[in-house]
Ligand binder design. Sequence first.
Ligand SMILES: [Mn+2]
Length: 201
Amino acid sequence: MTAPRTARLQRETSESSIELSLDLDGTGVSDIQTSVPFYDHLLTAFAKHSLTDLTVRAKGDIEIDVHHTVEDIGIVLGQAIRQALGDKAGISRFGDALVPLDEALVQAVVDISGRPFLVHSGEPAGFEYHLIGGHFTGSMVRHVFEAITFNAGLTVHITVLGGRDPHHIAEAEFKAFARAFRQAKAFDSLVAGIPSTKGAL
Ligand SMILES: [Mn+2]
């Protein structure tokens, strides 16, 4: 292993104020206070299952809607991932996972490609309108993956294969993404240099 794969970012706008730090070579320890309780739950699951140490402190205009705060944290998380990945030398690059949560089942595939692309499908009809925990709109699940993917430079495919309970589905999506990302960012001792025929990712 070369340089530490860490990042610490701050972002301040009229809509939110965010401090985020992460270590991609951690053990999944997290300390997350976003002021959006269900999002704390999702990000804690992401940290735990991707073995990323993650600290988030955020305040935002959640009296209007959780949208700005949730999306902005996704943007900063994506930027931090990109920064911490560095030149991507020696990593596996690809990862995939199939993760259940009771009746919910989600497949995630990650390519640390440097090319932002999200393909997301399979959430049941009405999912986007459901208020999970009474405050977290189902539509924000895809929106967070858009923010992470575009800002981290990842190609991500997330397919919800089954599920009925919105809490289960959202959590299984984050866990599947986390497990696939864990594989993709892992160092592979057989990989010499940057795993691309182009020589850059
Ligand atoms: Mn938005």
